[in-house]
Write a protein that binds this ligand. Structure first.
Ligand code: DAT
Ligand code: MG
Length: 153
């Protein structure tokens, strides 16, 4: 059943950070009405990135993907809300920015698949796995949002 406490893992990739898009991207999730539960600015280790993209280990671009994600700091976040996993994927756009519609993050701010500026979990199950990989339970901060009653019926 759909839950208001559904969570997803979002990461602004090193190119998104270098291009000064952190504020713009966070703004979109805030404006939408999703709730920020955790955030950290970090240079992710190659081991963490290899694990994060383990499902893609047989792809020819896997090694390059890990190198790219390790090429600079990224912003790792957990966002909460009703259907946040699916809706975030819509907000991100398609994996290849060339297929992403204007109005989506990838559609508005990037050009090629290997520099697509943002990650978002693709299912509730992978969101749980990714959140556990990137954050400890203590790093997820529970609080009451004063906007909650103005966002949900
Ligand atoms: P997404 O990030 O939309 O979930 P994915 O999980 O299939 O897409 O792939 C993870 C990342 O790998 C993607 O954001 C960019 C990179 N990637 C995917 N396909 C690629 C390709 N054909 N060439 C280079 N990089 C690719
Ligand atoms: Mg993916």
């Amino acid at each position: 059943m759909a839950s208001i406490s559904e969570c997803t893992f979002i990461a602004i990739k090193p190119d998104g950070v270098q291009r000064g898009l952190v504020g713009e991207i966070i703004k979109r999730f805030e404006q939408k009405g999703f709730k920020l539960l955790a955030m950290k600015f970090m240079l992710a280790s190659e081991d963490l990135l290899r694990e994060h993209y383990i499902d893609l280990q047989d792809q020819p671009f896997y090694a390059g993907l890990v190198t790219y994600m390790h090429s600079g700091p990224l912003v790792a976040m957990v966002w909460e809300g009703l259907n946040v996993v699916k809706t975030s994927r819509v907000m991100l756009g398609e994996t290849n920015p060339a297929d992403s519609k204007p109005g989506t993050i990838r559609g508005d701010f990037c050009v090629q698949v290997g520099k697509n500026i943002i990650h978002g979990s693709d299912s509730v199950e992978s969101a749980e796995t990714e959140i556990n990989l990137w954050f400890t339970p203590e790093e997820l901060v529970g609080y009451t949002s004063c906007a909650h009653q103005w966002i949900y019926e």
